[in-house]
Design a protein around this ligand. Structure first.
Ligand code: NAD
Length: 248
């Protein structure tokens, strides 16, 4: 039997990238997974792997509460949804600020608030929040708003871990370097003109990684899985960096 046999998991932004890879990893360990994404079309194919799917925009508080209540008491919550703005303190707009904090930070508060009663009732649970190496861990060029929100995710994570440490709830954050996912492709395309071509724009992302390559979504999902399984029962409140040496 898998390490997550009988466990109930809830994943946001499970349609592609790291969320999808973690969803598949949970299911491969025998968990019962409810995979959600704003874009229902991106969840296609997960059902074939025995995974339940549901459209969910994490910006909709009422829908978040209803989806988590409907999922039944959770053992594991993976908050993966987030958006990467490329901006500086000068180019960031008021709208960018509100959107990024709503999606990258506030939505995690909403999902955790909805999931906690069920976890407490069960006597424990594991919460994993998607942060980034670009956060309070390190600065990155042109990531003013993104780094600010991901630092907030680390603060939120430590706060939840502190308040529930004696009640069986663990809460950790993962802090990846650059991961080869569909949205990275969009950021590369957005930088292509300034960089002098797509290859050059991609090369700039690869050059940041000391290993000379990007991470795969599966490499990050392996850490998410570890933080969700009983193997990590003594780990809580941590911002775990997985960055191919970016912070070396
Ligand atoms: P991605 O950005 O390619 O895909 C994001 C998914 O989120 C999509 O399926 C999209 O439909 C969904 N989504 C967007 N808005 C949503 C909303 N309001 N509600 C529900 N779902 C929504 O995937 P990714 O690159 O793996 O990024 C996932 C997370 O990992 C993000 O929080 C991101 O900040 C973080 N991250 C990514 C990298 C990277 O280099 N790719 C590095 C560090 C951290």
């Amino acid at each position: 039997a898998g390490r997550l046999q009988g466990r109930r998991c809830f994943v946001t932004a499970a349609g592609q990238g790291i969320g999808r890879a973690a969803t598949l990893a949970y299911a491969a360990e025998g968990a019962s997974v409810l995979a959600t994404d704003r874009d229902a079309g991106k969840l296609a194919g997960l059902e074939a792997a025995g995974i339940e799917t549901q459209a969910l925009d994490v910006l909709d508080d009422a829908a978040v509460a209803a989806a988590i209540a409907g999922a039944g008491p959770l053992d594991i919550l993976f908050n993966c949804a987030g958006f990467v703005h490329q901006n500086t303190v000068e180019s960031c707009t008021d709208g960018d600020w509100d959107f990024a904090f709503a999606l990258n930070v506030r939505a995690m508060w909403q999902t955790i608030r909805a999931a906690l009663p069920g976890m407490l009732e069960k006597g424990g649970g594991a919460i994993v929040n998607m942060a980034s190496a670009c956060s309070s861990v390190k600065g990155a060029p042109n990531r003013f708003l993104y780094g600010t929100t991901k630092a907030a995710v680390i603060g939120l994570t430590k706060s939840v871990a502190t308040d529930y440490v004696t009640r069986g709830i663990r809460c950790n954050a993962v802090c990846p370097g650059t991961v080869d996912t569909p949205s990275l492709g969009e950021r590369i395309a957005a930088n292509a003109a300034a960089a002098g071509g797509l290859e050059q724009a991609r090369g700039a992302f690869v050059a940041r990684q000391a290993m000379g390559r990007l991470a795969t979504a599966e490499e990050i999902a392996a850490l998410v899985l570890y933080l969700s399984t009983p193997e990590s029962t003594f780990v809580t409140g941590q911002a775990v960096v997985i960055d191919g040496g970016w912070t070396l």
